[in-house]
Design a protein around this ligand. Sequence first.
Ligand code: MOS
Length: 748
Amino acid sequence: MPTAQSETAENQALSVIGRPIPRVDGPLKVSGTATYTSDHNFPGMLYAVPVPSTIAKGTIAALDTSAAEKMPGVRAVFHRENIGRFFRVPPNDDFSIVIDENRPPFEDDTIRYYGQYVALTVADTLEQAQAAADAVKVTYDEETPDVRTKLTQEQEPKVGSQRGDATAAFNTAPIKVDQTYVTPAETHNPIELHATVAVWDGTRFTLYETTQSIKNHQLAVSAMLGVPPENVRIVSRFLGSGFGGKLWPWTHDVLTAAAARALNRPVKLVVDRKMMFQTVGHRPLTQQRIRLGATTNGKLVSTQHDSLNHSSILDDYDEGCAEATPHLYRCPNLRVTSGVVHLNVGTPTSMRGPGAVPGLFALESAMDELAVKLNIDPVELRLRNDTEIDEALNLPFTSRHLKECLTVGAEKFDWHQRTPAVGSMKKDGLIVGWGMAAATWIANRLDCEATIELKADGSVRVACGTQDIGTGTYTMLAQMVGEALGIDPDKIQVVLGDSALPTGPLSGGSMATASLVPAVLEAAKKASEKVQFAATAAGPFSGQSVANLIFSNGRIHRKDQSPSDGVPYEQVLQAAKVSSVSGSGSSKGDFTDALGITKPKLSSHSFGTQFVEVTWQPEIARLRVSRTLTVIDGGRIINPRTGRNQIEGAVVMGVGMALFEHTIYDDQHHGAPINSNLADYVVSTHADAPAMDVVFLDYPDTHLNAFGARGIGEIGLAGVAPAIASAVYHATGVRVRELPIRIEDLLG
Ligand code: MOS
């Protein structure tokens, strides 16, 4: 298990929290010894390959498996009539079990999206299973699929937040913006493919899974398989990211488990890259109308945000585009609505910053259009509309420093040098455009349990049933425990990724770090109290009253001693002949509102600003994002190195969102997501990455937890695309309201 790298002398001087230590699991990853899900192999293991439908709408007329079954190495071909029974996850309002695609695989013969699994081959080798999958003959009664990209309202929109009279205030406002913004379907492309390795022992399943939530996975999969949760163990030691696509189970999970049970052999299934575009979620297409009304001096008087997003035929996935709109600015009259349009596409799911990220593309683009109309600087416009309280909830914020994000960002970016006229800035013969946007994302906590064991050999083990999606949870935990106990993080072994461990939070919604703090602090306190107690039994503190002993910096000392005269805890345990002591902590996610709906007493969010420079060469139509500055108000930063890494990764992803990413459904043929590979679905590469600067304001949010840490996995993506689109407008005079921004959009 990971341990921390040795640190520089300079770092030693800092407290453990805030120290930029390298990832504790880095050596395992770069040496290829970290076991990802598909790295698990077992004697007698078989390989499963799904058969995807080649239409997006219709019914299966005939499924002929006879040729496939006779092929070498084939153990079984499963389909609706022989897979056995799957159960639906029961509806639950409290989000205690979440699954986005609610229909179990093979439930009926109706095809509702391209790539829907219709059969599953299982064979001795991957190649045999693939060949058999190719040999399954499926005929369909095909109907014309609906994969349109212009959405029209299907039902009455759902009203989210509302205050005042937004319509009346808009109608009488002297300055108005009324525009519609579109973000395309985007597909998660983590390097690690989704995978399941299922082991059945006759009673219990052990499922090695690519999941961002081992606990939810255990509950959902056990419900679908019809076995008690205690008979399903989920293991997910390392993840090659997920971006939200791995938050909830997908249909391949239960197919693999059912195959392992039916054949009584371990079974491995890896979802291939093409299927990653079909069956494991995506960010849906959004179409958002923003209406802003303002006074002539730039004060918002009305905000309306009406969004539609596509979903699959059977599921009501609501992207929640107005997540940020009600609390970002002061505005007396506001109304936000949402609606879902059901198409022949796979079920959408959360993708990094769901809701707020596409939502802020619309809102912040509209704010830039308002600034242009008013001839007010876009930074100044945001400053004029800053709010002290969350007007949607009528609650104060736990900690909000958006104003400082704006002023610090403007200063560091040299924003005062900006001349507002389109195309007026030049550098090295290129036209330069500068744009900016504000950003916000939820800051919440979920329930968490953790255990810390202090051992007489001087090692420390912290265990929690959460997982590390790749953001640095192993490292965060080593630092939190190190800080709590005053022990060097390289002595701390972190154990994660197993549902048999004390229940931890999901790795999503930027909530894991904040959720871990209270449970870890309580566990550390309890474990250190046990050392104090052991100290009274034997050794130098024998016979002392527990109340007279203090645990600090990994040592026990008497109240009347200086801490440096204390005895290392491992010597205390050795003297008392105690091999180890352990303490457990548990905490509730009081602040949960994104998934758990508990009303908070305070409004808790992270904030930020994005400043962007683009260069534009009209002669050859070449657009580059050349420079970015991101200022983040994300609470106290536990590790500035992994923290910066999160923001830089998000900015690079934001460049992709603004300029490249776009899942295209083939509306001329069979409704397939047609650019379903990494050549045709373009994501940012190193060559597209701008020069990036990141500033953390580092104000502890102590309402959220004692360390004041929030999560920063998603805030860095918020605001990038609108800042780029505004910079493109500044450079070219073309306002692009439909992402991605294409060269064709900019040709005059
Ligand atoms: Mo994130 S979309 O909550 O993994």
